[in-house]
Design a protein around this ligand. Sequence first.
Ligand SMILES: [Fe+2]
Length: 291
Amino acid sequence: MSTNSLKPTVHGIFDRSTWTVTYVVYEKEGGACAIIDSVLDYDPKSGRTRTDSADKVVAFVKEKNLQVAWILETHAHADHLTAAPYLKSKLGGKTAIGDHITTVQSVFKGIFNLEPEFATDGGQFDHLLKDEERFAIGALEARAMYVPGHTPACIAYQIGDAVFVGDTMFMPDVGTARCDFPGGDAKTLYHSVKKILSLPDDTRLFMCHDYPPSDRPVQFETTVGEQRRKNIHVHDGVSEAQFVEMRTKRDATLEMPVLILPAVQVNIRAGDMPPKDANGVAYLKIPVNAL
Ligand SMILES: [Fe+2]
């Protein structure tokens, strides 16, 4: 690993309608980059998509003259649709997600009664990442870390001194991600969080979302040390049992995300829409009284 690769440049683009941060990670202008957790705008009232958020990513990548090596997902998101296919068509790069996406695909193939041809082998993605797998972003070395709990397929990415934590932790004053989606588990999330927080204190942590309280602006970067001191759900001293009790009680009060039904159906297809009906239109399903 080159010295430069130890501290990559990280550019976050915040999407106000889904509270999601898309990251562009690179060593230097003109070099290779990875895009993490992109957003395809989706209006649930009309069923129409737009690319305003993704176009900000395209503009940034072009401005810095970056070559896209990877388009990464931390997990199959339930709160926004990925723009991976759009970004790939505009910028190139290989799509990747954790290899346990196959479990998520099998579960939701059943829930949505998807077409028999829908493959549950993850083949919609260019690459499936295993735990501790290393891969190159130009001169940067990236490491995939399993961090299940929010979903069974969640991955965090360590790139130099930066870790993209996905839906594990949020900023210290917001806490942690919910664990009540199919395949989620609070005890598992606790251990995933502890795995991330065992890294050196000055490790930079980049959140997948921010849900700021009204008295602070949007923030999405913190450190291991700050999370260990201040995270309201998982600061040092919170036991597994305390965390599981808190998380379970809290999850019971949460509504489903507005976009969970369209988002999951699209994201388990690596961002593609379902096959079109005979009339040339693609449809998303709403299971009634099934979730
Ligand atoms: Fe999520």
